[in-house]
Design a binder for this molecule. Structure first.
Ligand SMILES: Cc1cc2nc3c(=O)[nH]c(=O)nc-3n(C[C@H](O)[C@H](O)[C@H](O)COP(=O)(O)OP(=O)(O)OC[C@H]3O[C@@H](n4cnc5c(N)ncnc54)[C@H](O)[C@@H]3O)c2cc1C
Length: 434
């Protein structure tokens, strides 16, 4: 339905699409309803302790998320849209909101991994009269636009996927930020954004060595893009610097904002195209889009293979022998292995919630292919710690680097050679082995 329903109120349920710009659920709700309100849930399940004994979400991502939701609330308020915020399971609160505000339709980003689907399915059962409007809004290349009619046709090799997508699909244009609504669109809102303490976590100062010294939220994301592209023009050297490990500027650092949806990949794409026409078009400008295609690819891998990405065999048919030694795990996470380079990386993630792509590949390969430990425990630890945790990118990269995914070469990283190539002067290790 594209016309406004008489006096209807639509609810935008924000999940991992925490932005105002280029947000399809928000735009759709505004175009189809007289009034629109919004809601966000800090779901306690996301802050519980895992079977491995650590938090599902550690303080780094939690703080970033709090900042993101505060910023979203402010930006929505400027449009006269209220964001209700709860620290509770959605299925316990949504039915009441639906009733109080006489909501006919709920708009949200479509997800397909098991935990998210479980919540949505539960709600559909509880609210049979409600219209659930789902939109894929996390991709660069929309699922309806890629040249595969069925997800089962997605190739197992990234290059085959990339080439066909690049030749046959286009990135959809961003939609503009919505206009300001009438003041009577606002509703009474006594809800509060929880603190780290409310989520069972301790407050902390950002480590001065952090490669990710940024705040959460759409405003910070756009400021970072402006700085990386337009002020410093770092984008034009991205391909040469992207394998760096120290400082904020060797790579874009877009991942954390992309992961919670405060930055749209289509917006990045449009800005790259603008940069190419106004400043320079080179291998580096292309490479950022190339990396965003990797991001898409892991989403398509999980759409194709479902929960296999969380299972020991991954998407392979390999029955490998995996160990499960708790002392080895402790040494790995505490930076006490025999490899100083791995230790430095593990110290970095423990102190900041961030690790470079180079570091992640090495830490993963060492855990799974050198120590031969259950790769899922390593992936779960990264899920806990990473400020930019994304279910598809994390588990997809982990199966890829552990030999149970879609790396056609099944590489094991030679740590000594990696050090020679990426930390020959030892600066990175000196920074993180203090
Ligand atoms: C074991 C392992 C776990 C990972 N877990 C995550 C995760 O949970 N969340 C996450 O966003 N990325 C993950 N990555 C991918 C990658 O390491 C990060 O996206 C990247 O380091 C983030 O820094 P950046 O934004 O500066 O990247 P840039 O080099 O600036 O790249 C730009 C964007 O491209 C995408 N991208 C780049 N490399 C990859 C990749 N290998 N896979 C998927 N997307 C990529 C990201 O969205 C990134 O923000 C993981 C990689 C490995 C090897």
């Amino acid at each position: 339905m594209s016309e406004k329903q008489g006096q209807s109120t639509g609810l935008v349920w924000f999940t991992k699409d925490l932005r105002v710009r280029d947000n399809h659920s928000l735009s759709k709700a505004l175009s189809e309803n007289e009034k629109v309100i919004a809601v966000y849930f800090f779901d306690p399940r996301q802050f519980s302790t895992t079977k491995y004994g650590f938090k599902k979400t550690e303080k780094f991502r939690a703080k970033f998320l709090i900042e993101t939701v505060e910023n979203l609330r402010k930006n929505l308020e400027k449009l006269n849209i209220s964001l209700l915020v709860f620290h509770e399971k959605p299925e316990l609160i949504l039915p009441e909101i639906i009733q109080t505000h006489q909501i006919k339709s709920i708009y949200y980003q479509r997800e397909w991994t098991s935990e998210e689907v479980h919540v949505f399915e539960n709600l559909r059962k509880k609210l049979p009269d409600c219209n659930f409007v789902e939109t894929y809004d996390q991709f660069l290349f929309h699922p309806e636009d890629i040249p595969y009619s069925d997800f089962s046709d997605i190739p197992e090799v990234f290059t085959n996927f990339r080439k066909k997508v690049e030749a046959n699909a286009e990135v959809r244009k961003c939609i503009e930020k919505p206009g300001i609504q009438q003041e009577n669109n606002l509703v009474e809102n006594n809800t509060e954004v929880p603190t780290l303490k409310d989520l069972g976590l301790k407050d902390f100062e950002i480590d001065s060595r952090s490669a990710f010294p940024f705040r959460g939220g759409e405003d910070a994301a756009e400021a970072r893009l402006k700085q990386y592209f337009w002020e410093t023009k770092n984008l034009k050297n991205y391909k040469e610097t992207r394998n760096g490990m120290l400082g904020a500027d060797y790579s874009s650092k877009f991942s954390a904002w992309l992961a919670n949806g405060s930055l749209s990949p289509r917006y990045i794409y449009e800005e790259v195209k603008k940069f190419e026409s106004e400043i320079v078009e080179n291998e580096s400008t292309y490479w950022l889009i190339f990396e965003l295609l990797w991001r898409d690819y892991f989403k398509y891998v999980s759409l194709k293979h479902g929960s296999k990405i969380f299972q020991l065999k991954g998407i392979s048919k390999k029955d490998l022998d995996w160990n499960n030694d708790s002392e080895t795990f402790k040494n790995w996470i505490n930076g006490k292995t025999k490899e100083p380079f791995i230790n430095a990386n593990m110290n970095e993630i423990a102190a900041t919630g961030f690790m470079s792509n180079r570091g992640r590949q090495n830490a993963n390969s060492f855990w799974a292919k050198e120590l031969l430990q259950d790769w899922r425990k390593g992936a779960a630890y990264f899920e806990s710690m990473l400020i930019d945790y994304d279910v598809h990118s994390n588990w997809g990269n982990w199966i890829y680097n552990s030999g149970v995914g879609n790396d056609p070469r099944d590489r094991k990283f030679n740590i000594k050679m990696q050090v020679e190539r990426y930390d020959a002067d030892g600066k990175y290790q000196k920074t993180w082995l203090k």
